[in-house]
Structure formats: structure tokens, C-alpha cells
Design a protein around this ligand. Structure first.
Ligand SMILES: C[S@@+](CC[C@H](N)C(=O)[O-])C[C@H]1O[C@@H](n2cnc3c(N)ncnc32)[C@H](O)[C@@H]1O
Length: 219
């Protein structure tokens, strides 16, 4: 698993290496641009736009949203990634912090219309993914949504088949999403496949009519 220092070293070449893997349609970034574009469009469809990006990297996605007037908040643990992202969106509120320990205090004080995590949460174990998502859901404003774009598979069997096909290139340190397992924890979570190795998860918070409590439903 890459440390914050590992990501610092990758930061300057990150956009190029991701772009090449995406263009070639190869693991792990096949579908990357399409997923980011889809999230971009869906966030802009809403009317209020306060966005939290978890593991924003060089800011590829949120800098575009920032350019469209969104108020951008984020957390990443790599100093160099933060420097590069700040150059693209000087008014964004970007904090340094390890999300395996949760969100930094400043980010927990706010509510968001969209919470985004692209290609970052596979650094958490499956049980930590679930508890982190449960920590994030109450931070959504009414009608807000969580978007997770990442290396992901519909079933564990599909993940195992891909691991065999990809062979030595497969990163054994990363823990990829399995949609039907996530849906056991979040039954209304929606999964859309974008390539043989990637997909987009959506969770929406919505107040149920006649109920004082909020429920989490797909959209
Ligand atoms: C593969 S990059 C993805 C960047 C960006 N979201 C994108 O789609 O291009 C993963 C990012 O998550 C950050 N990251 C990984 N593990 C993290 C952790 N435990 N806490 C905070 N940031 C982390 C890395 O520093 C890096 O910027």
C-alpha cells in the first residue's frame, strides 16, 4: 500500500500515468475519465454545490467543479498532491489527513451536496470502507449524494477472474470494491459498471415523507 510519501513521489507523474492506462483501456484505470466525467455531470445537475473530495489527488475532478463555481472541500494525506491541487483551485479548503483515521475535524463540521471519492477508498479494508461511509452519510445535506468511482467488480468471483487474467500486474495491496458485498451493508446503493475493472457507486440521502429520520436511498 502506498504511503503518503509514496503518493508524494508519484504526484508529478500521476496525471500522465493514469491517462495512459485509461487510454489503453488497461487495468487499473480503464474507464477513469468516463467515470470522472459522469460524476462531474451529475454533481452539476444539482442546484446547490458544496463538494467534499476524499483523496482528491492532483484535483483532476474537483478542479473542474471548482471552475464551475462549486465550493470545494477535501482531504488527502500527500503533501505534494495537495500542493498540485491547490495550484488549480486556490480557494478550495484542502486539508492534510489520513482518512483511515477518519475525517479531519474541520471537514466534520460541514454539510455537503456531494461527497466524492475516486480511486482512493481501495486503500481501506472492506470493513473500514463500510464504517467510513457510515461516518460520511450524516454529512450529506438533504438530497445529497456520495459518488465513489474506483476499481470495482460486481461479485467476488468476477474479481477473482480478473485477478487471474491480469496476473503479475494485479496490485495485491489494494482492496477493491465488490458491489454485491457492499450492497449487503447499503442495500440501496447503486452500482454501474464503466469498464471490465471499474464502476461507479451512488448513495443518496433522502428524507422519507412523514418521517423525522433520514434514510439512504439510491438514485
Ligand atoms: C490514486 S489517487 C486518486 C486521486 C484522485 N481522486 C483521482 O481520481 O485522480 C489516490 C489519492 O488518495 C490519497 N490517499 C490514499 N490513501 C489515503 C489515506 N489513507 N488518507 C488520505 N489520502 C489518501 C493519495 O494521496 C492520492 O492522492
Amino acid at each position: 500500500m502506498l504511503s503518503d510519501r509514496g503518493f508524494d513521489l508519484w504526484a508529478d507523474g500521476y496525471d500522465r500515468s493514469v491517462g495512459l492506462s485509461d487510454e489503453d483501456g488497461t487495468y487499473p484505470f480503464a474507464g477513469y475519465r468516463q467515470i470522472l466525467n459522469e460524476i462531474y455531470n451529475r454533481v452539476l445537475m444539482g442546484k446547490r454545490k458544496t463538494v467534499l473530495d476524499i483523496g482528491f489527488g492532483t484535483g483532476t475532478l474537483t478542479a473542474r467543479l471548482y471552475g464551475q463555481g462549486c465550493s470545494v472541500w477535501g482531504q488527502d494525506f500527500s503533501e505534494r498532491m495537495i500542493e498540485l491541487a491547490k495550484k488549480k483551485m486556490s480557494g478550495a479548503r484542502l486539508y492534510q489527513g489520513d482518512f483511515s483515521k477518519g475525517l479531519v475535524e474541520e471537514l466534520r463540521q460541514n454539510k455537503y451536496d456531494a461527497i466524492i471519492a475516486t480511486y482512493s477508498l481501495h486503500h481501506l479494508t472492506d470493513s473500514c470502507k463500510v464504517s467510513f461511509l457510515k461516518e460520511l452519510l450524516p454529512l450529506l445535506d438533504e438530497g445529497g449524494r456520495i459518488f465513489i468511482g474506483d476499481v470495482a467488480f460486481e461479485t467476488r468471483a468476477e474479481l477473482e477472474r480478473s485477478r487471474e487474467l491480469i496476473g503479475g500486474e494485479w496490485d495485491e495491496e489494494e482492496i477493491y470494491f465488490v458491489a454485491d458485498e457492499m450492497k449487503k451493508e447499503f442495500p440501496q446503493m447503486r452500482f454501474e459498471r464503466f469498464s471490465f475493472c471499474s464502476g461507479l457507486f451512488t448513495l443518496k440521502k433522502q428524507r422519507m415523507p412523514g418521517s423525522a429520520r433520514s434514510s439512504y436511498v439510491e438514485h
